[in-house]
Design a protein around this ligand. Structure first.
Ligand SMILES: Cc1cc2nc3c(=O)[nH]c(=O)nc-3n(C[C@H](O)[C@H](O)[C@H](O)COP(=O)(O)OP(=O)(O)OC[C@H]3O[C@@H](n4cnc5c(N)ncnc54)[C@H](O)[C@@H]3O)c2cc1C
Ligand SMILES: Cc1cc2nc3c(=O)[nH]c(=O)nc-3n(C[C@H](O)[C@H](O)[C@H](O)COP(=O)(O)O)c2cc1C
Length: 783
């Protein structure tokens, strides 16, 4: 067998080693355009888990690599004169040059032919090869040559970055966030061998421009960086090696295989340097290719298996890298945060590290985070313990004169079970049990302001006395039996009205008994949905009056809070999104116009809703569709409602148009809440695939939202908050006297269960290499 490998970076060399090991009879040749020891970059970083993998696949190179490595366990965050360190991370650094020399040496030992200064222009010269590996890096000539086949998507990010080196020793993976007269600069730095560290500098394009970095030589820009970070470099120089400033390209390729050619490493996909995964991904690609070649009967099927088996893992890493790079691109959102909250945000930015996880590894850091959070609550006039505070989830929140006992919310959820809009016994039990379950706030389902404002025949309403009496009974029950507050969500279905009950066909038009629907523009939801009537001014006045009348009834019922539903493609949302609003009058066109009617309704409600009671608005912060609302629009929408007096923006997404492409995942809508909260400077509630109290605490502690709503988790577990309170020892969570024995028991058991789980987690976690190394070098204790 003949294998040609284009590119002698980590991907190409490691693939050569593993393939030649597997097939000693094969002719394996690596073609590298540079000389053997000519390489850019300084150090590379691997996690302990990646090294475990290397050990398994090729122990001789693993041993040599690890002999050369620098280990560290801590991440240190320097921000505004503070430093926060968190241990237990288990990373290793090594010189990229040494890594490549080790891999070259090992490849040679195994009989791989290494051809340096061989710049391959055309793969046709490998016509007799059985397999051609394209490991030619980020600017892959061959990916470009077959661009129509591989279909790479290249997303060039806005921040500028440059790799440099230094002799400054470091004992932690170090992030330095530095304010300058031009704007913020960030250094990502780590040691990779004695006396050598990698420094990646990053800044936004405006700061780059203001700092005059454009057009400077490598040396001049290194001098500028040395000046900015001089206080930390302590006289150590910055070293350069092709250290040009550039933009990071996030590359994803639709296909990785063409005939007998396969893309590996950066050529196929990139991951932002802030999670240190570039070299890891490249070498793990080589492992995946070798595995597939081992298992599959033919090269063709091996390449298919490689792509099919590896894609999910690569995309997961890319997603984590993406989330991380977005955090760094928007660091200004957090610049005025308390430094410990800022550091918590850095640690938890990519979802893998959470509040509970940090509690195990760095309890003092989490205690400091909790104290900072409690101090913020205290500074807003709420009496809370700031010395030994409860976790963020159990901190109160005040909105106008309403104080919530904790930060968990039952999200508004239609039950499709009302008779002529009247909530019945099901609703009393449903809302009652969730209130008793301990949430700080429960929202009603979307409650419709008129009969023809309903989504389905089962939707609840508040346009007549019978409905008012039924809601009054529910509100009274909640107030009499729990500490929960209850908010009323008012809405109008618009073009999504006159549809079937959820379990009969969500959003599908009623076949019988439907009614006329209205919207911003006459565009049906499904092609076979009813065509809505475009609202004229008279219709707007009627709808506004219906909202006002329902709010007045809501006040008589005793609701504590009012939410205006402007999300999910319903009537008011249909005005906001350009995908559903194609009006040519003063209510269509630019966002300012599209917001006019929703704001008018909001203002009319604010006028009749008591000043002491808060109001929120639910928005879809993105339509997840081309040409629709984006996160930046959501910031403008939030600002407009804030000017009109909104107290909280409830940040949801989507459901505007049928062909949307939402990107689901854990806490998938939280980035929008984070953006709205920290750019528009308004309190937010986030929601969407948040399922654990650990996630609730992580979101709140990092300043990504002020309240966290859970929908589906509350459908199966009304006592979500009570159980979380037991877990975290928040003993003053409300519980009716009838249930106290149950509360006592769950609190007692939780202490033990939590201890057992923590012990298990600690036992199950292998020691990091840094821990093992430091144990090995510790002097023996005197007997
Ligand atoms: C300027 C820069 C500095 C970096 N520094 C670091 C760092 O310090 N630490 C770190 O962890 N990561 C660093 N990275 C990222 C890291 O290099 C990659 O993620 C990782 O090396 C990917 O491995 P690879 O084998 O896929 O590609 P590469 O390492 O890029 O290797 C591709 C190889 O193919 C060769 N090649 C390209 N075209 C041809 C051709 N036509 N014919 C023959 N040979 C060809 C190239 O010369 C190169 O050696 C850096 C990236 C850049 C752009
Ligand atoms: C059965 C059901 C009904 C819903 N009804 C409403 C509603 O009336 N108003 C609303 O704003 N959102 C509604 N939603 C959306 C939820 O409030 C929430 O945003 C969504 O379920 C995502 O949160 P989760 O992942 O915690 O479930 C509904 C969701 C479900 C599952």
């Amino acid at each position: 067998m003949k294998i040609a490998i284009i590119g002698g970076g980590p991907a190409g060399l490691y693939a050569a080693i593993l393939l030649r090991k597997q097939r000693p009879e094969a002719e394996v040749t690596v073609y590298e355009r540079n000389r053997a020891d000519d390489t850019f970059g300084f150090g590379v970083v691997f996690s302990d888990a990646t090294l475990d993998n290397f050990e398994k696949y090729d122990s001789p190179s693993y041993r040599r690599i690890t002999e050369e490595f620098a280990y560290w366990d801590d991440i240190a965050v320097h921000f505004r004169g503070t430093v926060h360190r968190v241990g237990g991370n288990g990373f290793c650094g090594c010189s990229r040059r040494k890594l490549l020399l080790i891999l070259q040496e090992r490849a040679r030992e195994l009989g791989v032919a290494l051809m340096f200064q061989a710049d391959i222009e055309d793969e046709a010269r490998f016509a007799d090869a059985d397999l051609v590996v394209l490991a030619d890096g980020i600017n892959s000539r061959f990916r470009d040559k077959y661009v129509e086949h591989f279909e790479p998507e290249v997303d060039v990010r806005s921040n500028m970055f440059a790799w440099m080196g230094s002799t400054r020793p470091l004992d932690a993976f170090t992030f330095i966030f530095q304010e300058t007269e031009w704007g913020p600069f960030i250094a990502h730095a780590y040691q990779y061998e004695v006396g050598r560290s990698t420094w990646i500098f990053e800044t936004d394009p405006e700061t780059f421009e203001r700092a005059g970095l454009k057009g400077l030589t490598e040396k001049q820009s290194a001098d500028r960086m040395a000046k900015i970070f001089g206080w930390f470099l302590e006289g150590h120089p910055l070293l350069t090696n092709r250290s040009m400033w550039r933009n990071f390209p996030m590359i994803r390729s639709k296909r990785w295989v063409k005939d007998n050619m396969v893309l590996l490493g950066d050529a196929k996909a990139t991951a932002h340097f802030s999670i240190g995964s570039g070299t890891k991904l490249a070498m793990e690609d080589a492992i995946a290719l070798a595995d597939a070649m081992h298992r599959a009967p033919t090269i063709e099927s091996a390449l298919q298996q490689y792509e099919a088996g590896r894609r999910e893992e690569v995309e997961k890493t890319q997603h984590a890298a993406d989330v991380s790079l977005v955090w760094f691109e928007h660091v200004d959102r957090f610049w005025d945060f308390d430094p410990v909250q800022f550091a918590f945000g850095v640690m938890t930015r990519a979802k893998a590290i959470t509040y509970d996880n940090l509690m195990l590894r760095a309890p003092d850091f989490v205690a400091e985070v909790d104290r900072a959070f409690a101090r913020q609550v205290h500074s807003r006039g709420l009496e809370v313990d700031t010395e030994k505070p409860l976790p963020p989830m159990f901190q109160p929140l005040r909105l106008r004169e309403m104080t919530l006992a904790n930060r968990t919310v039952v999200s508004p959820m239609c039950m499709y079970s009302a008779e002529e809009g009247v909530p019945g016994d099901f609703h009393l039990v449903h809302y009652g049990s969730r209130a008793i379950g301990g949430a700080g706030l429960i929202f009603t389902e979307m409650t419709c302001v008129s009969r023809d404002a309903r989504i389905t025949p089962g939707c609840a309403g508040l346009w007549n006395d019978a409905q008012e009496a039924a809601w009054h009974r529910i509100v009274d029950f909640v107030h009499a039996n729990s500490a929960a507050k209850i908010g009323l969500q008012l809405g109008h279905a618009g073009r999504k009205g006159a549809t079937k009950l959820m379990w009969d066909g969500m959003d599908r038009p009623l076949e019988e008994g439907g009614w006329d629907v209205v919207s911003a523009s006459p565009i049906p939801y499904f092609p076979d949905s009813r065509v809505p009537r475009e609202m004229d001014r008279a219709a707007m006045d009627t709808v506004k009056a219906a909202f006002v009348a329902a709010a007045q009834r809501g006040e008589r019922c005793g609701f504590d809070m009012l939410e205006l539903h402007c999300a999910h493609g319903y009537l008011l949302a249909s005005f906001i999104s350009p995908l559903t609003n194609q009006r040519l009058d003063a209510y269509g066109g630019p966002l300012e116009n599209r917001l006019r009617f929703p704001l008018e309704v909001f203002e009319a409600l604010r006028e009749v809703w008591p000043a002491r009671k808060p109001m929120s608005v639910r928005i879809s912060a993105t339509d997840w569709a081309e040409g629709g609302i984006t996160g930046d629009d959501a910031v403008e929408i939030a600002r407009a409602f804030a000017r009109a007096g909104v107290d909280l923006v409830d940040v949801s997404t989507g459901q505007t148009v049928r062909d949307a492409q939402p990107v689901y995942g854990r806490m998938f809508q939280t980035p929008f809440s984070e953006q709205v909260r920290n750019e528009a400077r308004v309190a937010t509630m986030c929601v969407g695939n948040i399922t654990t109290s650990d996630q609730v605490n992580t979101i709140l502690a990092a300043g990504r939202a002020d309240l966290v709503a859970l929908g589906r988790p509350h459908l199966v577990d009304p006592s979500f908050t009570l159980k979380a309170a037991a877990w975290y020892g928040a003993s003053d969570v409300s519980c009716p006297p009838q249930y106290l024995p149950g509360k006592d028991q769950v609190f007692r058991n939780s202490v033990r269960d939590r201890q057992d789980l923590d012990d298990l987690k600690i036992k199950a976690k292998p020691k990091t290499r840094a821990e093992l190394k430091s144990e090995a070098t510790k002097p023996l204790a005197a007997e």
